[in-house]
Ligand binder design. Structure first.
Ligand SMILES: Cc1cc2nc3c(=O)[nH]c(=O)nc-3n(C[C@H](O)[C@H](O)[C@H](O)COP(=O)(O)OP(=O)(O)OC[C@H]3O[C@@H](n4cnc5c(N)ncnc54)[C@H](O)[C@@H]3O)c2cc1C
Length: 312
């Protein structure tokens, strides 16, 4: 896991669409930045208690600059508003990462589905799929054409493989032609608002879908029982009370762990499970990873039994 952390400088700030700002970040001394692969994101440390994740949407081959694009969320808790209102060219911003839970796995064919700002991780994936000689298509929806970022950059691929479908012109995305028949060897990558991801998940054949959620998936409430967590590295045993997360329990005991979003979306606190069965409540792990039960996101996930042994 990368733990690179640095204060970078905003070197460029441009409007990428209505409500979307693209920021280019560079090292103040011109130092090379860590490499990354399509699907990676940064933790952007906007202030005390204000950390947000942003997908890298520039060129992975350019080690001098990172680009992120941020949609303003008028009803949010202030992360995107801070970026839009406070971060200007020349300002410093602390970042951590990159981290990737949305890797582009090798395949001969890809179907990309992006909704709104969900285009950000997909954009570098298109270039990678193209460079790998894979067949691919992109279905890209948004509220209006003006709200859809990077349509100009998509133009380089020609119109045939890309369907740009603004909702006010063509209605909701027509998923049928993309998902009803998914030939062997195809992977489907989807990023966008929750309802789009839910619709794609419901329609996609098992095993072929990879998603990234920018907001936590709605979880069923309840099941908040007390359980025991054993920290294998020290042998300490802690009690996780109902309504308190494993992460908070572990931190309260003075153990240092990496974490960021505390909502089960960024994956920073993913921890190896040595014994016990996790009750997964995150929005990151795939069905296969959940079933394997080898890791869990300790900020939201709990325990199906009485006891978990974690590699902490
Ligand atoms: C891996 C990853 C990559 C991401 N990449 C990008 C990216 O490239 N570009 C980008 O713009 N964003 C991205 N995000 C989302 C981003 O991190 C922030 O969540 C986003 O900028 C909004 O932050 P905010 O503080 O303004 O709003 P938040 O408070 O996080 O709110 C976001 C949305 O959730 C709703 N909401 C907030 N609190 C609640 C609540 N308690 N109950 C119900 N609904 C609530 C709000 O109404 C709003 O619509 C990514 C997230 C993740 C996890």
């Amino acid at each position: 896991m990368s733990t690179y952390e640095a204060e970078l400088i905003v070197s460029e700030r441009v409007s990428a669409a209505d409500g979307v700002l693209a920021l280019t970040l560079r090292h103040p001394l011109g130092e090379e930045l860590p490499g990354w692969e399509p699907g990676a994101h940064l933790d952007v440390l906007l202030g005390p208690e204000l950390e947000r994740q942003y997908s890298l949407c520039g060129d992975p081959g350019d080690r001098t600059a990172w680009r992120i694009a941020v949609l303003r969320e008028p009803d949010g808790r202030g992360g995107s508003a801070y970026v839009h209102e406070q971060l200007g060219v020349g300002d410093k911003v602390r970042v951590r990462g990159p981290r990737n839970h949305f890797r582009l796995e090798p395949a001969s064919r890809y179907r990309f589905v992006a909704g709104g700002i969900g285009i950000t991780p997909v954009l570098p994936m298109l270039a990678a799929a193209e460079a790998a000689g894979a067949e691919w298509t992109l279905l890209y929806g948004g509220r209006t054409r003006q709200s859809m970022a990077f349509t100009d950059e998509l133009a380089r691929y020609g119109g045939e493989r890309i369907t740009v479908a603004p909702q006010d012109e063509t209605g909701l995305l027509d998923l049928g032609p993309v998902l009803d028949v998914v030939p062997d060897g195809t992977l489907v990558y989807c990023c966008g608002p929750g309802p789009l991801l839910d619709a794609v998940e419901a329609r996609c054949p098992a095993g072929v879908l990879r998603v990234e959620r920018f907001q936590p998936k709605e979880q069923q409430a309840g099941g908040e029982r007390e359980f025991e967590v054993v920290l294998a590295q020290s042998g300490r045993s802690l009690t996780v009370a109902p309504g308190v997360s494993v992460l908070d329990t572990v931190r309260a005991a003075g153990v240092e762990v990496l974490f960021s979003c505390t909502e089960g979306t960024c994956g920073t606190c993913e921890t190896d499970v040595l014994e016990g069965t996790p009750d997964h409540r995150d929005s990151v792990l795939t069905e296969e990873e959940r079933a394997a039960g080898e890791t869990m996101l300790i900020c939201v996930s709990r325990c199906r039994g009485e006891r978990l042994v974690l590699d902490l």
